[in-house]
Design a binder for this molecule. Structure first.
Ligand SMILES: [Zn+2]
Length: 387
């Protein structure tokens, strides 16, 4: 490090002005501009015979390269009054306040909470798999690896123009990385990142479930397309759905998610509730069916279905949700907080409550599918989306 600035050079002068054409120190300039001790110290520095260009160096690492971990600590120490808890609560607030689809907010929240079903997470939970990334086969599949770290997504993030998306550090998890990135980004950057991250994960899921590795070249364009659609004046998708006035299931506006609930009831037998949460495209975020062994009535079962559905939504931190079921009495009792509808509009929840499903054992009372759904509702889900 230079101890004093050489006179005659401004702050933007490069070290190269002190070197001759063979890359050796120009002693005349050193002696002229530095003290004797400084010139001697500089002279001891090895000169670069390859004459590469000057580059910016990150002063917090010994190698001069950027490190996410050190940057995170700088951000954290720059505001010492902010505890880790406060820092994290600000992170959640920023995620939920994003002007984007609820499913996108929810997705980013899940990555930050480290609850995505990545290879590494499944292995940690005792699933017998190697935990490696199926896209590159080079590293364990953690959340941060799947979204930005994988070599298969590097080209995509490089063209995005977002800062920090190609900078990861093995010691920093996604949450810490995102806190650091948010300190650099504006709200549009964060929203673009969230949409793109969700698309990267969907691409990974398709590959995982044998649907082939999707082309990544158009992914950023599609990300920008979604952002403009959500932030422009027009809402073409909403209009499209508004025109569909038949009795079948109606997707919610892009601003909300929709919860459909139903219950099966037969006196003296085990009854079940069924619920499903979908977004404005009809994509299933979660589905659940739960068993009840007790004497009950049809209205209580229908009310329990609403309760179970809302409880599932709460567990997933989903609040902007529309509730739909087919029990007029129960929904009237709920004081107009939900809508009752015909069986046709509610058939997926109906199947979840009625049709046979294999519970894992006799003790488990509920089955939950996240980002997935049981085969028995496939056809009903598809027909809900046919216009
Ligand atoms: Zn990978």
């Amino acid at each position: 490090m230079m101890q004093s600035r050489p006179c005659g050079f401004d702050v933007f002068s490069n070290v190269s002005v002190l070197l001759d054409e063979t890359g050796k120190w120009r002693m005349d300039l050193l002696n002229q501009n530095f003290t004797e001790a400084e010139a001697a110290a500089i002279k001891k520095l090895p000169h670069n015979t390859r004459r590469g260009g000057d580059r910016w160096a990150w002063s917090l690492t010994s190698h001069g390269g950027f490190s996410v971990k050190t940057a995170y600590h700088v951000i954290h120490s720059s505001n010492p009054r902010l505890s880790f808890d406060e820092e994290h609560s600000q992170l959640w607030k920023k995620i939920w306040r994003m002007k984007t689809l609820p499913s996108t907010k929810h997705f980013v929240w899940r990555v930050a909470k480290d609850i995505l079903p990545t290879g590494e997470a499944l292995k940690r939970r005792g699933v017998d798999i190697d935990g490696m990334c199926g896209m590159c086969g080079e590293e364990a599949e953690t959340g941060i690896h799947a979204i930005i770290g994988c070599s298969s997504v590097h080209p995509f993030w490089s063209i995005s123009g977002l800062t920090l998306v190609t900078e990861i550090d093995a010691e920093v998890g996604f949450k810490e990385w995102l806190i650091m990135a948010m300190a650099q980004w504006g709200s549009k950057d964060l929203e673009l990142f969230a949409i793109a991250a969700q698309k990267v994960w969907e691409r990974r899921n398709k590959a995982r479930f044998g649907e082939g590795i999707g082309d990544i070249s158009g992914l950023w364009e599609r990300t920008m397309g979604v952002w403009h659609e959500l932030n422009g004046d027009t809402r073409p998708r909403d209009e499209q759905w508004d025109k569909d006035e038949c009795a079948r299931w109606q997707p919610p506006s892009w601003r909300f998610l929709k919860l459909n609930v139903d219950a099966s009831y037969k006196e003296g037998s085990t009854n079940r509730t069924g619920c499903i949460i979908r977004d404005y495209t009809g994509r299933c975020l979660a589905a659940q069916t739960k068993r009840y062994v007790m004497d009950t009535t049809v209205d209580i079962m229908e009310a329990l279905a609403v309760f179970d559905g809302l409880e599932m939504a709460t567990r997933m931190s989903i609040s902007d949700i529309i509730v739909e079921g087919d029990s007029l009495r129960v929904f009237n009792l709920l004081n107009g907080k939900g809508t009752d509808n015909t069986r046709d509009a509610n058939k997926v929840a109906h199947i979840l409550a009625y049709d046979h499903v294999d519970f894992l054992d006799d003790i488990s009372s509920s089955l939950v599918w996240l980002e997935d759904y049981p085969p028995l509702i496939c056809n009903a889900l598809r027909s809900d989306l046919l216009i």
